[in-house]
Ligand binder design. Structure first.
Ligand SMILES: [Zn+2]
Length: 134
C-alpha cells in the first residue's frame, strides 16, 4: 500500500480542488485528506491544520513543479503573497475574524465584532503572526 505524503495544505475546499485538478491533468494521482470534514465544518479548518493534498513520494518533486509552474492562485487569493516571518514559507493563511466571518457574526448576533485584528497562521512551522500594519 502506497504511503502518501503531504504536498500542500489548504484552508478551503475550493483551493485544494484547483490544485488537485492540475495534478490530475498531469497524470499525478493525489488524495485529499480531511476535505470532507472541512466542507461540513468550514470554521474548524484552521483547528484541524487545514486540508492536506497528498501524493505518492515518487510524484512529490514533479507535483511541486506542476503547482509552482501554475501560480495563478496567488492572483485569486491575495493572502498567498504573504510570507511567514519565521520560515519564509508562502503557505500561510488568515485566521481569526476576517471580513466574511465577522459579517456572519454580525448577522447572527447583531454585534459589530472588531475585524481588524487579523492574524495569520503558517502551515509549515505553525507560527502565528500579525502584519506590521494589520
Ligand atoms: Zn513558518
Amino acid at each position: 500500500m502506497a504511503l502518501h505524503i503531504t504536498l500542500a495544505t489548504y484552508t478551503f475546499p475550493h483551493q485544494v480542488l484547483v490544485d488537485r485538478s492540475k495534478l490530475e491533468a498531469f497524470g499525478i494521482a493525489c488524495t485529499v485528506k480531511d476535505g470532507l470534514t472541512i466542507q461540513v465544518h468550514n470554521f474548524y479548518s484552521n483547528a484541524l491544520g487545514g486540508i492536506k493534498l497528498q501524493v505518492h513520494p515518487k510524484d512529490y518533486e514533479r507535483a511541486r513543479e506542476v503547482l509552482s509552474d501554475h501560480p495563478d492562485i496567488s492572483a485569486e487569493y491575495p493572502d498567498a503573497k504573504l510570507k511567514c516571518p519565521r520560515c519564509a514559507s508562502g503557505n500561510v493563511d488568515g485566521v481569526g475574524l476576517n471580513g466574511k466571518i465577522a459579517l456572519i457574526i454580525l448577522m447572527v448576533t447583531g454585534l459589530p465584532i472588531p475585524v481588524f485584528s487579523k492574524k495569520y497562521h503558517c502551515f509549515e512551522c505553525h507560527e502565528e503572526f500579525k502584519l506590521p500594519n494589520g
